[in-house]
Write a protein that binds this ligand. Structure first.
Ligand code: SF4
Ligand code: SF4
Length: 377
């Protein structure tokens, strides 16, 4: 992983060009490719083996592949594109509706009404934005590689969208990919509706979605108090673990923001480690690193992505493995901080019920296999 962020208390600017998806989309022989790997020669060799391959192609080679899957998957990006422009193109109302600080709670309810599972507000500083874009919004028709990101907005409305447990418990099979994409569509819908709403109130707004981010989502979701950062570097919520996708609308509207929460996840992860143990590519480690004051974990994005290329889905075994994703007793979770005995009790109960992970082999009807466990082990 490009880990130029291990800077102790130094502040780090995220750069989308460092993100693996941006790196592997670079084309050999281009100026962008040459410039990037001159700066980061250590990533060239492995990135080259991952370059130009679509992980969905591996699905086509699997024993249970059916042609009916591909439109089901491919239409999501097309739909997100349409939804994105509904918010992006809307004009800002010329007259602002005056809003008091007490609008916060109402705004959260409205965001849930649009389809979010949980909502929080976070302040945006320059460090929550990418310094430069990595060109990942190409599908939307933008040519943004290397474009500087201007920190135009001061606040983010950040939200989660829950992913279905039954689908995620089939990870790493196609149900997991379908559910991930369904959640990304919902994230995009909420982003667009909220963007339109804020513009209608007279405030500028930008709806981040899986096709266009102005900054990484996990740090601001943490700041907005939606959860803590777990060993897999995902946001882990108390109620749904990391079985959620994240979205955020950046806006010029300014309201009182939320604070990060601490329910004791860092200590719980030390007891648990299931995402690390179950990861088929050994990409997750227990070694912590501080980035802009937040605790993350060292992670190998190249081995993880290689696993996607082999399996044909975005795997999701780590998400399925998290005890919080399977549901823990919330009253006990709320009391577990600084209480290792209670944490151990929660973990032991989870292990007794599900073992190392709650993997369910039997396919769901949506993938309509003739033979129940065809191709699965
Ligand atoms: S998605 Fe799969 S391969 Fe990647 S970190 Fe999670 S468990 Fe490991
Ligand atoms: S699976 Fe365990 S170690 Fe990994 S994020 Fe969840 S609680 Fe932490």
């Amino acid at each position: 992983m490009i880990d130029n962020s291990e800077s102790g208390c130094l502040m780090h600017k995220y750069d989308e060009r460092d993100v693996l998806f941006s790196r592997v989309s670079l084309k050999k022989g281009t100026k962008e490719y040459d410039e990037f790997y001159q700066k980061h020669p250590e990533y060239r060799e492995i990135d080259d083996t991952l370059r130009g391959r679509n992980f969905r192609d591996a699905l086509k080679g699997s024993s249970y592949f059916k042609e009916v899957y591909m439109p089901l998957l491919n239409q999501n990006k097309e739909y997100i594109k349409q939804v994105f422009f509904a918010g992006y193109d809307k004009e800002v109302a010329s007259k602002r509706v005056p809003l008091g600080d007490d609008f916060v709670d109402q705004l959260k309810v409205i965001t849930k009404y649009f389809g979010a599972t949980d909502v929080g507000l976070a302040k945006l500083t320059d460090y929550e934005y990418y310094s430069h874009l990595g060109g990942l919004s190409e599908e939307l028709g933008f040519e943004t590689y290397g474009e500087k990101v201007l920190p135009k907005y001061k606040m983010a409305i950040v939200y989660t969208v829950e992913m279905d447990q039954e689908m995620i418990n089939r990870a790493p099979h196609i149900e997991e990919l379908l559910e991930t994409e369904r959640a990304y569509v919902k994230v995009a819908e909420v982003a667009s509706k909220l963007t339109m709403y804020l513009k209608g109130l007279g405030y500028q707004a930008f709806g981040n979605n899986s096709e266009y981010y102005l900054g990484p989502m996990v740090p601001i979701a943490y700041d907005a108090g939606l959860g803590e950062i777990g060993m897999g570097n995902h946001l882990v919520t108390k109620e749904y673990g990391d079985r959620v996708r994240l979205g955020a609308v950046f806006t010029t509207l300014e309201l009182p923001v939320d604070e990060p929460i601490d329910f004791g996840l860092e200590a719980f992860c030390k007891i648990c480690g299931l995402c690390m143990i179950n990861c088929p590519s050994h990409s997750i480690t227990h070694k912590t690193r501080k980035v802009n004051g937040r605790t993350f974990y060292k992670f190998d994005d190249q081995t993880c992505y290689n696993m996607w290329l082999k399996g044909g889905t975005d795997c999701g075994t780590c998400i399925q493995s998290c005890p919080f994703s399977q549901g823990l007793d919330l009253t006990k979770v709320n009391r577990m901080k600084d209480n290792p005995v209670l944490m151990q009790e929660l973990f032991d109960k989870h292990l007794k019920k599900y073992g190392r992970r709650n993997y369910i082999k039997k396919p769901l009807k949506i993938v309509a296999l003739k033979e129940e466990n065809d191709g699965r082990n």
